[in-house]
Write a protein that binds this ligand. Sequence first.
Ligand code: PLP
Length: 440
Amino acid sequence: METPIVDFVEKYAASGTMRLHMPGHKGVTYLGPEKWDLTEVTGADSLYEADGVIAKSEENASKLFGCHTFYSTEGSSHCIRAMLTLAAQYAVRQGKNPVIAAARNAHKTFLCAAAMLDLQVRWLYPQDGESYLSCRLTEEQVDAFLAETGATALYLTSPDYLGNMADVAVLSEVCHKRGCLLLVDNAHGAHLRFLKPSLHPMDLGADLCCDSAHKTLPVLTGGAYLHISSHGPVFFAQQAKNALALHGSTSPSYLILQSLDLANRLLETWNVAEFAEKVSAMRRRLEEKGLIFYGNEPMKLTLDGAAMGCGTDVLCWQLEEKGIEWEFADPDYLVLMLSPAMTDGELARLESVLEQLQTGNEEPARLPAFAPCRQVMSLRQAMLAPAETLPVEQCVGRVLAQPSVGCPPAVPIVICGEMIDAHAVKLLRYYGVETCTVVL
Ligand SMILES: Cc1ncc(COP(=O)(O)O)c(C=O)c1O
């Protein structure tokens, strides 16, 4: 696979051209990568009006993913805003009000984008009382909900932060039968395309999907893809750049663009499927030794601390002692993210540390059941309202104004516009949230 952006920048950097353009470092090495950090000079193309090296590189990515693929240097957050814009435009073209049915474990970016675009959101709740970070939905539940709400799009987060994957193939059929779009926040799942068979949402029927390439592929932080199905409305691919431009910075990072460009070549030989086999074999061996995992996404090892009879703090402390840093831990789950960038030696070291973990025989922590609060204001009204920040204990009976979430995982426990009740305060405290910003 060619790397047109990388090749252009290499040539420019070697040319000795006097850089009387942005950025202000002029290619001088202060941090390290400055010589490759450009702006839209002649020949460098322009992300939102691409017809040169960036367009060529995006074509390569499109071939790799088997759909229309567009770059962002501002993460899935940016692509989520663009996806919702396209979904809203689609509804308007159909003469309908945009109504988005969304699984409740959506990232806070979804809330902010829905508020900015003034979209109506109808929440789908998990039926099994599990962690609020997961939202497993049944085919029947989704079908009935779409019929009841007349939603113009369904929005899923899959894989979720803990590593659960929705049945995208089944849910896409339900959506399409109802004339509804399927949007997937696949921020954690870019690598799913490279499993055999592919488990990527675009291969399972999604119309629009975003991937944080940086989360699971060899890409610098910020690199992301907006994918558009070739089977969906034609105007999506035509308007994708405009939708991204609407929400994006006018100074996209060329370092990140080069990283996305190079990934097209690296991914031809990055053996995700083989690595996933190794991880699942390791997982099976560890399960035989008593470790309990949660979720079914092959690159995540999510330890279920409560089920193993110990708090995740005890597990984190042991990993830290062995020089291992984790992605995320809440009182119940500890998430480790693996990738083919790891060597066999590192995998073996991880396995050895995990099999020696001291667990315990404590009563499992009592995860307070997730119970939605009552919505009394729209997302947008609440987010724009005058507000004050108070300790959570003083927030009972008050309406949440700003998403009160830790990042990660940035999934709101209470939605802006909902009235905080005593149970929600218990949940917020359980997850370590100390203050909330509430409507005055
Ligand atoms: C499920 C989910 N969606 C979206 C995002 C936002 O992605 P990014 O950080 O690439 O903007 C995150 C970030 O952690 C996430 O976990």
